[in-house]
Design a binder for this molecule. Structure first.
Ligand SMILES: Cc1cc2nc3c(=O)[nH]c(=O)nc-3n(C[C@H](O)[C@H](O)[C@H](O)COP(=O)(O)OP(=O)(O)OC[C@H]3O[C@@H](n4cnc5c(N)ncnc54)[C@H](O)[C@@H]3O)c2cc1C
Length: 84
């Protein structure tokens, strides 16, 4: 069984989701059109499966990049997902 690939109902009802697949994000940075707002996991419109593995990888990369941004130290990493 494959569950439907779509974001939470609240995102669709509120208009926060730009498309049927979720909130539009920059594929490399997960930034949304709003400043300092990012979307990861099932709510993000990414060319990837809506899977826990994807959400986990995105969370690791975004957490790293936020630390780099806040501390102004280190190098941000682009999102490169590995899924089956
Ligand atoms: C049956 C099934 C099997 C799956 N099997 C796998 C698998 O084997 N491997 C895999 O990698 N992935 C699997 N997935 C996908 C995986 O569960 C999701 O991709 C993952 O949980 C997404 O994480 P998320 O944090 O983005 O969203 P979620 O885990 O959906 O978290 C969103 C949270 O927001 C909360 N929420 C919703 N609306 C509101 C609101 N209005 N206010 C406050 N909170 C709200 C929800 O209660 C939920 O806790 C499966 C999914 C399903 C349905």
């Amino acid at each position: 069984m494959v569950p439907p690939h779509r974001p939470a109902q609240v995102l669709r009802d509120s208009g926060l989701a730009d498309t049927e697949l979720g909130v539009r994000v920059d594929y490399d940075t997960l930034e949304t059109k709003w400043e300092n707002v990012y979307a990861i996991g099932d709510c993000a419109d990414m060319p990837a499966s809506k899977a826990g593995g994807v959400a986990h990888q995105e969370a690791d990369i975004l957490a790293h990049n936020l630390v780099v941004k806040i501390k102004k130290r280190g190098e941000p990493k682009p999102v490169r997902l590995h899924t089956i």
